[in-house]
Design a protein around this ligand. Structure first.
Ligand code: EPS
Length: 393
């Protein structure tokens, strides 16, 4: 999308902190730090999270790009401090130490450990696991929290709920019932809108914890208020569905992404898949279904954007799987320090952040503007132009 928005993160799980740099937001956008902190808090929650979340209370500090509560148009740098660094000074010291910590050499099947150790030629897989840890998603959520504030000016809201956890499937909520779905999800310990499934999911987490095992699941992100025409059909990498899939797959432990009906489209006829189009002089265009998940031909079509991510069970397990000591090449079991039993509820919040980043990028590519007023003028002009207009050559 022409690099309309760039987001880069840095930081190790037990290092001094995490950083996100967001470049491309227009100048003059009001920034509410509390809104970002709210998202960080949501990310830390959810039943099944590990001891780390008791140690941290993530808060963002903005150290560039914002003045007097408004963006300057320059890169915004967001920082989240790792309180736990204080306990890891010996193992995460930036300076060299006289007695190096004992290396970790038992790769966790499913984690970045094995390939990372070979690729980077390190004898200590802490060199890999520190960066591959899902702790980095705090930086992404901070960046997403900023993008969310931009999207709100355009009337776009991004929400999520958990639809599968540990094999327990939630009943499908009514598509149009977003307010109620999200309120119920926020009240659930596993962020699931179906109260009966929610209780079963909690029980599944308890049972997995008992076994020293972990659980995955599926979250669904819904973006409402997107105008038609975000993204483009022109190139593979400007298609909005391509950007959304890449962003969701960019979250640790995600192994699958669906948009709208997703893999279901392969199983039924076109007449049951495609969303018929209607027009009414008063209310404009409408659809009676949204199997496309709000994206057709790589562009939003004005319906809610619906994206699902499938998260595998976390690969750090209290009852570890068999592995190999990569120093001696002898049979061993995977390394275990501490872990979450299930982080699917948090993954939904992270999925929201990624969707916010992608939609903000798409909006900036379409509406541009160095300043917020210019951007909003372009947006409002476009929305007014497409409303109630018949297209003739
Ligand atoms: C996480 C922090 C980590 C893990 C988890 C996510 O904390 P620690 O490693 O200190 O216990 O709880 O990371 C992983 C699941 C992983 O595979 O790396 C967080 O803040 O989200």
């Amino acid at each position: 999308m022409g690099n309309a928005l760039q987001v880069m993160t840095s930081g190790e799980s037990h290092g001094p902190g995490l950083t996100a740099i967001v470049q491309g937001l227009p100048a003059g956008m009001p920034v509410d730090i509390g809104c970002i902190d709210d998202q960080l808090k949501r990310r830390q929650g959810g039943y099944g999270r590990g001891a780390r979340q008791q140690l941290e209370s993530d808060r963002v500090q903005i150290i560039s790009g914002v003045r007097l509560g408004r963006t300057l148009g320059s890169p915004v740098t967001l920082q989240v401090v790792n309180k736990d660094f204080a306990n890891w000074g010996d193992r995460m010291s930036v300076a060299g130490v006289a007695v190096p910590p004992a290396p970790i050499v038992e790769a966790r099947p499913g984690h970045a450990d094995f390939a990372g150790m070979l690729k980077y030629g390190t004898g200590d897989l802490r060199d890999i696991l520190e960066r591959s840890s899902a702790r980095n998603t705090a930086a992404l959520v901070a960046a997403g929290g900023l993008c969310r504030q931009f999207l709100r000016h355009l009337g776009i809201e991004v929400l999520s709920h958990v639809v599968v956890l540990g094999g327990v499937r939630a009943g499908r909520p009514q598509a149009a019932d977003f307010g109620r779905v999200i309120a119920a999800a926020e009240a659930s310990p596993v962020r699931c809108a179906d109260p009966v499934a929610s209780v079963r999911m909690v029980a599944a987490i308890d049972a997995a914890a008992e076994r020293g095992d972990t659980l995955g699941g599926v979250f669904e992100v819904i973006a409402t208020g997107c105008p038609p025409g975000l993204g483009s059909h022109i190139q593979w990498d400007t298609r909005l569905d391509s950007r959304l899939a890449a962003a969701i797959m960019g979250i640790q432990a995600i192994k699958g992404v669906e948009i709208g009906m997703g893999f279901g489209v392969a199983e039924i006829a076109g007449s049951q898949v495609h969303d018929e189009l209607f027009h009414d002089g008063g209310s404009g265009y409408s659809r009676s279904t949204n199997h496309a998940g709000g994206v057709e031909g790589g562009m939003t079509n004005g319906e809610p954007v619906v994206v699902r991510g499938a998260m595998k069970p976390i690969s750090t397990m209290k009852s570890p799987l068999r592995s190999v000591n990569m120093a001696t090449l002898e049979a061993s079991v995977a390394h275990f320090e501490r872990s979450d039993v299930c982080a699917v509820p948090a993954a939904g919040v992270i999925g929201e952040a990624m969707v916010c980043i992608v939609l903000a990028e798409a909006c900036l590519a379409k509406f541009g503007g160095d300043g917020m007023q210019e951007c909003l003028r372009n947006f409002e002009g476009y929305v007014a132009d497409i409303a109630g207009r018949g297209y003739v050559c």
